[in-house]
Design a protein around this ligand. Sequence first.
Ligand SMILES: Nc1ncnc2c1ncn2[C@@H]1O[C@H](COP(=O)(O)OP(=O)(O)O)[C@@H](O)[C@H]1O
Ligand SMILES: [Mg+2]
Length: 322
Amino acid sequence: MQEFILGSDAMHSIMKEIDQVAKYDVNVLIMGESGTGKELLAKIIHLQSPRAENPFVPVNCGILSGLMFEDKLFGHEKGSFTGAINREKGCLEIADKGTLFLDEVAEIPLENQVDFLRVLEDFQFIRIGGSTPIKVDIRLISATNKDLRNEVRQGLFRDDLFYRLHLVPIYIPPLRKRISVIPKMVDRFLDQLAANHKKPKPTVKLEVIDIFSRYNWPGNVRELKNLVERVFILNNHEVINVEHLPSDFLWHFKDPPRMMNLEEVKQSAETKAILNILHRVGGDKKRAAEILDISPRTLRHKLNKYNIKVDRKGEPVRQDKT
Ligand SMILES: Nc1ncnc2c1ncn2[C@@H]1O[C@H](COP(=O)(O)OP(=O)(O)O)[C@@H](O)[C@H]1O
Ligand SMILES: [Mg+2]
C-alpha cells in the first residue's frame, strides 16, 4: 500500500480519524486543494476498510455531464443509443461491494445531481435503455477542492446531496500550511525514485529544503513530487544543492527590487539626473549646473557625495570593480 506521509500533528489526527472511519460504511467527503492527497487518502480508507479486497473505482465528475454522466455511472444496454454497441456496466456496478470515489464532486451538474441522489436512497438504478433495477452495495468517498457548502449556498449544489456525501468531512490542509513534512516527503520520494529507477539516492542540501519551505506550492504535494522527480532524473550528482533545481522553479525566488529609504531614493534619482545631463552637455559641468538650477559648487558636492565619476566627455566611468 502506498504510504501517506504524515508530518504535522494535524495530519496525525486526520490519520487517527481515518483509522476509525475506515471500519464503518459511512460516506466520507475529503476537502482540500488540488494535489493535497485526496485521492491517495481515499484509497487508503478503502484499503483499511472491510471492502479492501473489492474494487476501488474513481470517477472524475469534472468531465461528465448529462447523458455522459448517467452512462458512466449507470452503464447502458446494447442498442440503447447510437454507439451503444454492447451492454456496458457503469461505475456503480463495477464498484459493487467496493468503494466508489467521486472526484471533483462539486462539478456534478445540477440535472445529474437529482438522479444521483435517487440512487443513494436505496442503491438501486437501471442501466440506460434497461428495465431491470440493479441493486449495488457501495461505499462512497467524495472529494472536492471547492467549498461545497458555499456551492450549496449559491444554489449550485443540492443541499440534500451535500448532507448525504459529507457524513464525515475531512479537510487536508495545503502543503504550505504544513511545511514541516517537506524533508520527510523529499526523502521518501527519493527512496521510491531510487528504487524504481535503480539509481543511487542523492542527499539533499539543507538549503534546498529551506528554499522548498519558503515556496507556496500551489500544486501542493503533486508539485513537490514532480519537482523531486525532475531533479532526480536530470541530475547525477551525489548531493543535490540549489543550483541543481530547475531554473523555472528558482525563478520564483528572484529577489524583488530592494526596498529603498527616502534618502536612497533621492540619491538614486539625483544620480540618474546628473549623469543624464552631463552626458547631454558633453561633460560641461558649468552648463550642467545651470540646467539643474544648482550652483557649480553644489554639483561638485553631489558628485563627490554620490561618488559619481565621469570622463571628460561626461560619460560615466565604471567603478564597480574596486
Ligand atoms: N501525504 C502524502 N504522502 C505521500 N504522497 C502523497 C501525499 N499526498 C499526496 N501525495 C502524492 O501526491 C500526488 C497527488 O495526490 P492526489 O491524491 O492525486 O491529490 P488530489 O486528489 O488531492 O489532487 C500523488 O502522486 C500522491 O501519491
Ligand atoms: Mg485529484
